[in-house]
Design a protein around this ligand. Structure first.
Ligand code: PLP
Length: 362
């Protein structure tokens, strides 16, 4: 049987009727934007994360730009960001007027560390974007100890837990994406900013609403970036199930370990103290192309996520060219995402492992 890279529909199946009722409720209410569903989700999501405040926005990319501006980032500033991540983590910086400065990662966890961030700091550094990549939880406290404000890009880490709490509560602010394939996904685009800082929350809300509090007076050049009521209602049905799905993702990782995959390829290492709800399960091997073709031949979905790291992408060359990021470049060459979902079974993990074993034996 073919094994998909993601399986979002199996976990959602039992919730279909509840989701339909929630959507019907919004249709009947006639309130489609900035209504009670978004407010309720903001409170519930802030409480879930252990954050003081949450602000719904249109997607995880806007969330980063808006959160950075709310943290005071602007023209002339630098923002440190890893290069081994989804493009949006860095793409969201130039619209603030600041410039990205790329830093390296730990090759085992795929996350930034205090050492890799420190190497990229300059007197112009205004913030660091710490990406909780693949669901792992980067060491935010150690990075904050360098004396620089941290924005957590937690787009891939809903449901994960770090040594000192959940993503969304660890840095000055955090951003989430509710893109459908995410650990907590809606049926379109959606995003959220969480923060412990009341002023950051207030500024984020103003930026997301055209830079205005009342649509009469405009304080800033802002954005029209809103989470809508239908998506919020769908997310409210799902949020109570997120921890159960996260446990399924953790079990999926354990299934791969029990199947012996770690004796064949490098498995992702949780950051010390972290319990990742794997969003992406990325293996690595110097001969990853052989592994990839064997998996594809066996109808096991797989995907190299970031073969060309961001600092080498054409629009980023002005800031990225010449950056010395050896662990990033090695991870980019050698990684491959294999199936992961809340319902990945031991039998599926064994099938994937058998295909990898035969690829490397031949
Ligand atoms: C690490 C990371 N940051 C940011 C984003 C952007 O989120 P969105 O697609 O909702 O704009 C994503 C999602 O694709 C992501 O994986």
């Amino acid at each position: 049987m073919a094994i998909p890279l993601f399986d979002t529909s199996s976990a959602l199946g039992p919730l279909r009727e509840e989701i339909k009722a929630a959507v019907s409720g919004v249709l009947d209410s006639g309130r489609y934007v900035l209504g009670p569903q978004v407010s309720a989700l903001e409170s519930e999501f802030a409480a879930y994360c252990g954050a003081e405040h949450a602000v719904g926005v249109a997607n995880g990319t806007d969330a980063i730009t808006i959160a950075l501006r709310a943290m005071g980032v602007g023209p002339g500033d630098e923002v440190v960001v890893p290069s081994f991540t989804f493009y949006a983590s860095a793409e969201a910086i130039p619209p603030t007027g600041a410039t990205p400065v790329f830093c390296d990662i730990d090759p085992d966890t795929y996350c930034v560390t205090a050492e890799t961030v420190k190497a990229a700091l300059t007197p112009r550094t205004k913030a660091v974007i710490v990406v909780h990549l693949f669901g792992n939880i980067a060491p935010v406290a150690e990075i904050e100890a360098l004396g620089v404000p941290v924005l957590e890009d937690a787009a891939q880490a809903a449901g994960s837990v770090g040594e000192s709490g959940r993503p969304g509560s660890l840095g000055t602010a955090a951003t989430f994406s509710f893109y459908p394939s995410k650990n907590l996904g809606c049926f379109g685009d959606g995003g959220m900013i969480t923060t412990r800082d009341e002023q950051v929350a207030e500024r984020a809300r103003v930026f997301a609403f055209h830079g205005s509090r009342d649509k009469v007076t405009y304080e800033e050049l802002g954005y029209n970036s809103r989470l809508d009521e239908i998506q919020a209602a769908i997310l409210r049905v799902q949020l109570p199930h997120l921890d159960g799905w996260a446990d399924g993702r953790r079990r999926g990782g354990e299934h791969y370990i029990q199947a012996g995959l770690g004796s064949l390829v490098k498995l992702p290492t949780p950051v010390a103290g972290a319990s990742p709800a794997w969003h992406v399960y990325a293996i690595a091997h110097p001969e990853i192309a052989r592994v990839q073709s064997a998996l594809t031949a066996a109808e096991i979905s797989n995907q190299p996520y970031y073969r060309t790291p961001i600092h080498l992408q054409a629009p980023m060359l002005a800031w990225g060219e010449g950056a010395d990021l050896p662990a990033t470049e090695e991870a980019a060459r050698n990684h491959l995402a294999i199936p992961m979902s809340p319902v990945l079974s031991q039998a599926q993990a064994e099938e994937v492992t058998a295909a990898v074993r035969s690829a490397l034996a031949s």
